[in-house]
Design a protein around this ligand. Sequence first.
Ligand code: ZN
Length: 236
Amino acid sequence: MTSAAVTGTAARNRRARRIIVMMGAPGAGKGTQAERLAEALGLPHVSTGELFRAMRKSDTPLAEQVRGYMDSGALVPDDIVVAMVDDRLTWKDAGSGVILDGFPRTVAQAEALDGMLSRVGTAVSAVPYIEVPTELLLARLTGRRICSVDDQHLYHVVAMPPKEDGICDIDGAELYQRVDDSEETVQARLDKQLPPMFEVVDYYAGHDVLFAVPGDQAPEAVTGELLRLINARANG
Ligand SMILES: [Zn+2]
């Protein structure tokens, strides 16, 4: 094979590589949709949660550094998170692209991602944003109810209500709400997480790669719309 042919193949591969960044608030269904898109598009679903868990078992210098922060309870700094993602993008299964979930979390991370991608001649190709009104996020995130006898008996007041209000279908025990799921706690969490997420959404909107999909419809409908828009971008 001539070097020109090699260069040509490399250029085609670069064009075909799809870097998809999932955006959405907690409770928007981002993880579920990322999983479905990964399957439909044949790309790995790379969530930062999973990357952090993988670092627990890995023995690279980077993993050791990450464990140091995690064990001390400190926040893992941006440059380390960026290095983790950078490394993940070099894995063989990421050759045709990835679906990133949980990264970037800040504009600084988004800029770092752009930098690392441009070094290998590529760029973020699409940023699907699953948009859900805050009231609905609250309803979803505060709706969980747990059986007071068996914590495997889970309900949701909207998505999976018990037959009788506040009573477990299986054993008739009372249902309760975790403190973590209380409106006050959830609202405080959203107040902290939403502003930086909106900044990242604005960043990508400014780079013309963002598209919003309403998340207040059936999950299958959200997936369908996401796929249609992603494929339209790839072919357009
Ligand atoms: Zn029960």
